[in-house]
Design a protein around this ligand. Structure first.
Ligand code: ADP
Length: 500
């Protein structure tokens, strides 16, 4: 089966968060299964020239004209990847994937991807879209491209994070070639306010299937509390909504082979050996970051430093760790001003290190050095850092929400079987609950080495690879292919609305 992914990130070329890891891991495993794929990405201007690339020129429609793009093809780890680079505008320029003009940038990208697939007659079966940046393809394919064979292709939209939705002027759609009738129709939908359109919402309406990145998150997003304003529409599409938990690329995240881990280790080593190697990594990291040697555990957090990740509770965990004799390292990329300010009182304290930029190498060494990782998220669609941490023998202390709830099991929960237990969980976003959980974890660390070994072993041996999730996606793709044309009751807008 031939699956085309259209996405805004893919590791290692473009990475802001977990989306990048997922596009890489999922497409890699799909190829390893002997299936076909093509990943289409924007060629942002910060991406350096690509080795052994093949280039061709194609046109896409924008602002009433056909404009030229370069299609740059490479194969990376056997994954065919196509980068699209606009030649007649600067929409993809900037130092990061996400900039001020994202709405225009990703609409342009969506249209260009479909123009490419149509013009080159790519014989794919499923179009797999990811988040708001590419969700609009599901609308375009059934409207602008309705006269084309593309219109018959099944689309699946994966929601990696419902918070980000892509809102902008409906009038922009005319630039993509939408007719007056088409734009008016969307504008008159009671779902849209004034003249604004929400690209994720349209994607949810028009996709043939929707997945969230964990079963718990799929349940959460249909509630008013966690639905980010889209719960009603998601509820209407509940019949075609499911959750598939993300996997982890176990080659890319392997403490035995990781070039950033100077003292490697694996689950096959003895607990004593794992402990010895982790201590050496810790020593090196602490020297590198000018942290004092302390008797308590090393606690880390690795995240985008945004509201979702629970900055107040991260600061609380840092204070608790310092007060209880440990060191705390926070790698927080893309910080907001308010979130950074929370850590100002901690910066000069011995034992605390704040690193406010994305740093893959330092993150990897930190995972290998850490005793605990703390993840107190307000919500977490899936979360990858708990999975990475466990592979690197760092024990997670996390809030019981979304994908954290689907992948972590508390050591003291008597309803959980022994083999599954792998960390510490707390229920509510409250300092007192986090404090009690940190206390349990620190007590164990100081007084119960056999439990530490047990948790590390369970975490390192947990099956978090892509095998199971890819099987679930495959079943879903097959189901979609066998479905007749979707009935109008499944769709919140008419799909038969073709353009002239
Ligand atoms: P999200 O997708 O919400 O950002 P995830 O936990 O799903 O969160 O994935 C985050 C990914 O980004 C992980 O691979 C993590 O290691 C990486 N990451 C997050 N912040 C940083 C950082 N400051 N430096 C390096 N890597 C980071």
């Amino acid at each position: 089966m031939f699956v085309v992914h259209i996405a805004s990130e893919m590791a290692p070329f473009i990475k802001v968060g977990g989306l990048a890891d997922v596009i890489h891991g999922l497409s890699k495993k799909w190829i390893e299964k002997g299936e076909k794929t093509l990943v289409i990405l924007p060629k942002y201007s910060f991406i350096p020239p690509l080795k052994s690339a093949q280039e061709e020129i194609f046109s896409s429609f924008f602002e009433g004209n056909w404009v030229k793009n370069k299609a740059v093809s490479i194969t990376f780890e056997k994954i065919p990847i196509l980068f699209i680079e606009p030649l007649e505008n600067t929409l993809f320029s900037g130092e990061s994937a996400y900039t001020q003009n994202d709405f225009a940038k990703f609409l342009y990208f969506c249209r260009a991807c479909l123009d490419y697939l149509q013009q080159k007659n790519i014989p794919f079966d499923i179009l797999h879209l990811h988040d708001w940046h590419t969700s609009f393809c599901s609308f375009l394919i059934k409207t602008l491209f309705s006269q084309n064979s593309l219109a018959k292709k099944k689309t699946i939209l994966t929601i990696h994070n419902l918070l980000y939705q892509g809102i902008g002027p409906i009038s922009f759609l005319k630039k993509l070639g939408a007719s007056q009738k088409q734009t008016q129709k969307l504008a008159s939908s009671p779902l849209f306010e004034k003249s604004l359109i929400n690209l994720l919402q349209v994607g949810i309406q028009y996709a043939d299937w929707i997945t969230a990145v964990s079963p718990s998150y799929a349940q959460e997003i249909i509630t008013a509390k966690k639905g980010c304003g889209l719960h009603t529409i998601l509820r209407q599409r509940k019949r075609v909504l499911s959750g598939i938990v993300n996997g982890l690329d176990e080659d890319a995240w392997n403490p035995e082979k990781d070039l950033h881990v100077p003292f490697p280790f694996s689950y096959k080593n003895s607990p004593v050996e794992i402990d010895r190697q982790k201590r050496k990594n810790r020593s090196l990291l602490e020297k590198q970051l000018h942290l004092p040697e302390r008797k308590g555990p090393l606690v880390i957090a690795v995240c985008r430093l945004v509201e979702q990740k629970g900055p107040e509770l991260l600061a609380f965990a840092a204070r608790y760790t310092l007060q209880n004799g440990g060191n705390f390292v926070l790698l927080g990329s893309h910080p907001g001003e308010k979130d950074t300010a929370l850590f100002a009182p901690l910066i000069k304290k011995p034992g605390f290190h704040l690193h406010l930029i994305y740093d893959d190498g330092l993150a990897r060494l930190s995972f290998a050095a850490a005793d605990f990782i703390v993840i107190p998220s307000r919500f977490e669609p899936c979360g990858l850092t708990q999975l990475i941490a466990m592979r690197y023998a760092a024990i997670p202390i996390a809030r019981k929400t979304g994908g954290l709830q689907d992948t972590l099991f508390d050591i003291d929960d008597t309803s959980i079987s022994k083999e599954k237990k792998n960390g510490y969980l707390f229920e509510n976003y409250e300092e007192t609950e986090l404090e009690a959980t940190l206390k349990r974890a620190f007590n164990m660390w100081h007084k119960n080495p056999s439990q530490k070994t047990f948790l590390r072993k369970n975490g390192m041996q947990q099956k978090s690879g892509w095998e199971k999730s890819v099987e679930e996606y495959e079943k879903l793709y097959q189901k979609l292919l066998s479905l007749p044309e979707p009935s109008s009751s499944d769709i919140c807008g008419s799909q038969k609305d073709s353009l002239p």
